[in-house]
Every structure is written in structure tokens, then in C-alpha cells.
Design a protein around this ligand. Structure first.
Ligand SMILES: [Zn+2]
Length: 404
């Protein structure tokens, strides 16, 4: 049976990491950047050297096809090559280059699958400059190509213009084509597998999340002459909100609550804050629990703000329901894990991935491998060569199971 080559996979990971080096051993390879362009070119060259047919769709998603014995809808595998500005060498990259290693191992073994196998590099997964996972959104039709191209990033650049400036950017394919199933290998980005001493996470679902912008409106007043009991302090209401989100999420098994950004636009160190904006992100794997968490958190924040005589407005900015992965793909991943004797468990993905977008329209699944210290979106991100190879071997055996 075909086997992945750990040294070859590791050498490819390290060669890719030379493109867009960060400042602390990781990577800075933002979507649509010149570095992303170079990475896309290297990916194309590596795939073509394996005899794969490389194409791209109009949003720049790259596809490398290994023909099957029959003209059936292909099995799709892959992930992304773009990184956060202080990103690691494995987030996304492992899924793409392990997919390449799968192709190399199939070629080396002369193994012919029944279905074609297509390796994808999704455009702009990270969302460091604008919203994330856009390539897979365009692929499934959840986001139109026109709307995606018209978006403006936080620096004022139009995505379509940035895409057109790339040498290895948009291709001729219209977004989306028939696919039998999708499998994505990814680093866990959390501490669970490492803490348990396990090698493979069989991902059964993607967590659901919702985001809001909370605005607290109080009254500017002097920090000295204004007694505490007459203040309308928006900052204090926001501080309570942070603690309420944290406490409610801690009290719910599997819950997550994060207030990641706070702004006091007119803030001064000697003035009671009149306006504070706060982001809130709540997550849970179960839709009913997520609904209940939302009701508790927003209800308590509203009550607390009223008690402080502070106005409270909430605007929903993102919604992503929990997404179950396809039982047949989850079973194939677990069987591949067991066949190789790897320890592991079924788990929920706490991060969003392209697989979550794909799973809304097609059978999809994911494979996780351990992240040292659970660190990701950090240049220190690390996954050991043996764990990278283990994940690639599970991906390879899953491909053989699903592509025939
Ligand atoms: Zn990723």
C-alpha cells in the first residue's frame, strides 16, 4: 500500500516556509501578497512536476488534478497556503503539502484511484486583511464572485484588483464544480491532542459561532468633580460585559466567550467614557446551547448596562451555525487512523475552516494533528515531523478509501 515519506513532506514544509519569513521563525504570507504569489507558483510547479493538471478558478483557488480510472466527480483534498501576519509554518500549509505528499506517494506506488483526486489551495483562508475562508465560500456559491472581488480590505485595496495583480492568481474556471467529498488535514491549533498524548483528531463537526459589536453609550464628565453615583460610565458597562461573557462561557461545557477588541473613540484619561465599542464572539458546537448562551450573555449585559444608566446597542456582525461533518467521511478518517495504529479521538473544531463551508453543501471531514503547546496564529507554532507524517498517512488512506 502507498506510504507517505516523512522526510520528503518535512523538506517541502520547510521550503515553503522560506517564502514570506516572519520575524520570529514563522511566516508572514498574507493572502494576495507578493509572497502568496510566490507560494502559489511553487505549489503549481511542484504539482506539475508530479504530472498533475493545475488550474485555477476566477477567485484564484488553485486545483491540481490526478486523473482517476473513471470519469467520476473527484475527491477534493487540501487547505490553504496564506498565513496570518505573525503566522506559523503549519496552519493550512500542512493540509496542502500533505495533499501533495499523498499525490507523490500515489505516484510512487503506481496506485490508480477510481475517482480523480483534486488538491486545492484555497484563496484567502486566514482573513487577516478581510473576512476569512472566502475561497471556499466562492466555490460553494455562498458568496458570489462579483461580491468577493468588490470587497475592500482594511488598507483600502479592492480584492479583485489585488487578485489581478498576481501572476499566479485568477484562472479561467468558473467557481464550483461537482465533487464527491472533501477532506482537510489541519493542525489542531489547540492543546487537546498534545495534552492527551494522542496523534490524530477525527473531527466530527465544526463549532458554531456568532459575533457582535456592542456599543455602550454614557455621558462625558470630568473624572474629578463627578461623584461615582451620578456617572454614566460606558467603560464600566463594557468591563462588566467582558466578565459576563467570560463567566457564562466558563459555566457551559464546550462554551467559548471572547471580547477581543475594545475602543473608546473619544477616550481621555481624565474623562468618564461616553462611548465604548466592544466585540463579542460566542461559540458552541450545539445550536440550542449557542442560542441559550447568546440569550444569557446579551440579557445580562443589557440588564447590567441599564443598572449603570448606560445605553446599550448590539449589532450582529457574523453568524456561522455549527456544522456536522459527513458520517461516511468521519468513519473513513477513523478507519484510516485505526488501520495505522494511531491513538486519537473524535473532536470538535473550535476554529473555522474551509471544510466548514464545504460541509454545508458536500460530504466533508477533517483530520487534526497535535499543535505543540496548543499554539497557533503565532510564529512559534510547531507540529513534529512524525505527527505531520501521521496526519498525511491518515489523509492518504482516507483518500484511497473514498476515491477507490
Ligand atoms: Zn488554517
Amino acid at each position: 500500500m502507498p506510504k507517505v515519506d516523512e522526510a520528503r513532506l518535512w523538506a517541502s514544509l520547510m521550503e515553503m516556509a522560506e517564502i514570506g519569513p516572519g520575524v520570529a521563525g514563522g511566516n508572514n504570507r498574507l493572502a494576495f501578497s507578493p509572497e502568496d504569489d510566490v507560494a502559489r507558483g511553487l505549489f503549481r510547479n511542484w504539482c506539475q512536476a508530479e504530472g498533475l493538471a493545475v488550474t485555477a478558478d476566477a477567485f484564484g483557488n488553485q486545483f491540481a488534478t490526478r486523473a482517476g480510472a473513471e470519469d467520476l466527480p473527484p475527491l477534493l483534498i487540501g487547505s490553504h497556503l496564506d498565513t496570518q501576519p505573525t503566522g506559523g509554518r503549519f496552519d493550512g500549509v500542512l493540509g496542502v503539502l500533505a495533499g501533495l505528499e499523498v499525490m507523490r506517494a500515489l505516484n510512487a506506488a503506481g496506485h490508480q484511484t477510481r475517482r480523480p483526486v483534486v488538491l486545492v489551495n484555497w484563496t484567502n483562508e486566514e482573513g487577516a486583511i478581510i473576512r476569512p475562508m472566502m475561497g471556499s465560500e466562492v466555490f460553494t456559491g455562498a458568496l458570489s464572485l462579483e461580491d468577493a472581488r468588490a470587497m475592500i480590505d482594511h488598507r483600502g485595496n479592492r480584492l479583485g484588483d489585488m487578485l489581478d495583480a498576481l501572476q499566479n492568481g485568477a484562472g479561467d474556471l468558473a467557481p464550483g464544480f461537482p465533487v464527491s467529498a472533501y477532506v482537510e488535514l489541519h493542525i489542531e491549533q489547540g492543546p487537546v491532542l498534545e495534552a492527551a498524548g494522542e496523534t490524530i483528531g477525527v473531527v466530527k463537526s465544526g463549532i458554531g459561532f456568532r459575533r457582535w459589536l456592542l456599543t455602550f453609550t454614557g455621558r462625558d464628565s470630568h473624572a474629578g468633580p463627578t461623584p461615582m453615583e451620578v456617572r454614566q460610565d460606558a467603560m464600566v458597562a463594557a468591563a462588566h460585559a467582558v466578565l459576563i461573557a467570560d463567566a457564562e462561557a466558563r459555566a457551559l461545557p464546550g462554551g467559548r466567550g471572547t471580547c477581543g477588541r475594545i475602543e473608546s473613540p473619544n477616550g481621555s484619561q481624565v474623562t468618564v467614557a461616553s462611548r465604548v465599542e466592544l466585540t463579542l464572539d460566542l461559540r458552541h458546537e450545539d445550536l440550542a446551547e449557542l442560542d441559550a448562551l447568546e440569550a444569557r450573555v446579551l440579557g445580562r449585559i443589557r440588564t447590567q448596562a441599564a443598572a449603570l444608566n448606560v445605553g446599550f446597542e448590539v449589532v450582529n456582525t457574523a453568524n456561522s451555525p455549527p456544522v456536522p461533518f459527513a458520517p461516511e467521511v468521519v468513519a473513513a478518517v477513523d478507519a484510516a487512523r485505526l488501520k495505522n495504529g494511531f491513538s486519537g479521538r473524535q473532536m470538535v473544531s473550535g476554529a473555522g475552516h474551509d471544510a466548514c463551508n464545504i460541509a454545508r453543501v458536500l460530504p466533508a471531514g477533517m483530520i487534526f494533528v497535535p499543535s505543540v503547546d496548543g499554539i497557533s496564529h503565532n510564529e512559534a507554532e510547531y507540529t513534529a515531523p512524525g505527527d505531520c507524517a501521521a496526519g498525511a498517512q491518515v489523509l492518504l488512506d482516507t483518500v484511497i478509501a473514498l476515491a477507490g
